[in-house]
Each structure stands twice: as C-alpha cells, then as structure tokens.
Design a protein around this ligand. Structure first.
Ligand SMILES: [Fe+2]
Length: 298
C-alpha cells in the first residue's frame, strides 16, 4: 500500500480512490494512476497527444480568447500572452521553467484528482498540479472533473503574479493546518470562491481572476452581467469560509477583492478561531445577502 504520512495525517491510495469513486457515484477516475509516484506525479508524455487533441485545445483557447479581453484581469491576460499556449497543448516543462524564473513555482503533471493532503503539500512547496488529459470534444462546453485545459489555461497564468503566487502557497500551508483542525470544509470554500470563482475590482470595473470562470464558456459573460440573480459582494474571509457553494450551476455569489495583496493579507490570519466559531453555527446558503452587504455590480 502506498501511504503518505504527514504530521499524523495518513491517506492511502486505495482510500483516496474509494472516496473519489464514492463521490462520483462509483464512476472510475479518468486518469492513469498506475504510473504515479507517491506524490501522484506522472510524466506529461507530451508526444502522446494526438493532432485531434491539439485541435481541440486550440478551439478551446480561441473560444476563451474571444470572451476574455475586457473581462479577465490584466494579470491573467498578460501572463497568458507570454506563455505561448495558443498553438496546442503546451509542454509543461517549458512553461514550468519560465514560471520558476518568474515566481519560484513549478508545474507538476498529475493523472487527475489527487488527495487533499497531496494537493496541499504541492501548493505549500510552490508546485501546481496540472492534469495531463484533455476533455472529449463532446465536453467542449462543460466538464465535471478538471482537465488539462482547466488546470493549465485557467490556473497557471495567475501563478506568474508574485502576490497571487504567494497566496497560493499560503493556502496550501493553510490546508495542511485545516486538516489537523477539522476546518477543511470551511477552507475549501475560500479556494472555491477565490482561486476558482474570484473577481477583482479594478479602475475599469470588475474583472475575473478565478480559473473556474476563466476556463468556462458561459460563466465568463454571466458573472459580469448586472441584473442576474447572483450576488457580487466584497470578500470577507470569515463570511466566505461560512458560505456554501454550487458545483453544478453558475455561482449565486461572487466574492470581490480589491487587490491580491488584500487576499494574501486576509489569508495570513490564523483561521483556528474561525473554524471553532463556524463549527458551532449553520453555514449560509449560496445566495445569501446579509443586511450590511452591498451589491457591487450595478
Ligand atoms: Fe481548478
């Protein structure tokens, strides 16, 4: 049995696979876990991608680029242009070298979903796990599990921003702490509402920095459209940790930051007292608007 043991938290490979199978209603994981090492790292095997897969990548890339200018934050667009990822599925090693030179992060290839502990360990050591496989053509608009397009296109550009990169490492360290404090459910909400679905306020208006939106066809426009039933409210970390989220519809609340520094500073706090307090009460539904909160997209 391949066990990973850190600070008395042990997750076995078999346990992980069983949990994922349970969460996905018994469906098998899509990735090839046979050749993964003890940190779930595999070789990207770039030469094995087919021309059809590179075509599909290019189509996904072009569709997103027809939507993102004026909607994605400048930090994302600028980094994406420098990455030269438009011509096909990128070679991770090449981008990883550039990323390391920029912010000290590297990319590691993984077969797909990985255990939380392993995920946090990678982040805490400034390694971002990127799934190697690409979705099928019929999943062009929607995919359940993260694939290489979501992970690479959506997440990697933001890691070129030094402050956001530091935030991601801080999150990984926070994840390891949360596992010991029983705060994982709460902390996962922060990842969801920032790294995946976060918006940032800029002098030009709200912009997207969350990978779940940046790699999605429909939500790019939806999340910035005034007058929908979704909320756009300023990020309060403790409030966010206590807010449920939707995994199968557009978000009902988008948390907005004013700067990446604000996000880093808020996450540098000790969450232990928050977890204790939040565990006593009820989490807020995803569409909550509290009396002192103001809708920011009008
Ligand atoms: Fe993601």
């Amino acid at each position: 049995m391949d066990n990973i043991d850190t600070n008395n938290i042990t997750v076995s490979n078999e346990e992980f696979l069983a949990t994922v199978a349970e969460k996905s209603h018994g469906a098998a994981l899509r990735g090839d876990y046979e050749h993964a090492d003890s940190h779930y790292v595999v070789k990207q095997n770039w030469h094995a991608y087919t021309e059809a897969e590179h075509d599909l990548w290019r189509a996904l890339y072009q569709r997103q680029m027809s939507l993102l200018p004026g909607r994605a934050c400048d930090e994302f667009i600028d980094a994406l242009h420098k990455m030269n990822a438009a011509d096909g599925i990128p070679e991770f090693e090449k981008t990883s070298r550039e990323l390391f030179a920029a912010t000290g992060w590297t990319i590691v290839a993984v077969p797909g979903l990985i255990p939380e502990l392993t995920f946090f360990e990678h982040l805490a050591n400034r390694r971002f796990p990127v799934t190697v496989w690409l979705r099928k053509p019929e999943e062009f608009n929607y995919i359940v599990e993260p694939d290489v397009f979501h992970d690479f296109f959506g997440h990697v550009p933001m890691l070129f921003n030094p402050v956001f990169a530091d935030y991601m490492q801080l999150y990984g360290k926070g994840g390891l702490k949360a596992m010991k404090l029983g705060g994982l459910e709460q902390l996962a909400r922060l990842y969801w509402y920032t790294v995946e679905f976060g918006l940032i306020n800029t002098p030009q208006g709200l912009r997207i920095y969350g990978a779940g939106i940046l790699s999605s066809g429909g939500e790019v426009e939806y999340c910035l459209t005034p007058g929908t039933s979704s909320r756009h409210i300023h990020l309060n970390i403790q409030r966010c940790l206590n807010t449920l989220y939707k995994i199968d519809t557009y978000q009902e609340t988008y948390f907005v930051i004013n700067s990446f520094q604000e996000l880093f500073d808020g996450t540098a706090a000790d969450f232990a007292p928050y977890y204790e307090q939040l565990k006593q009460g009820q989490a807020l539904p995803a569409n909550t608007l509290l009396p002192d909160e103001k809708e920011l997209l009008v």
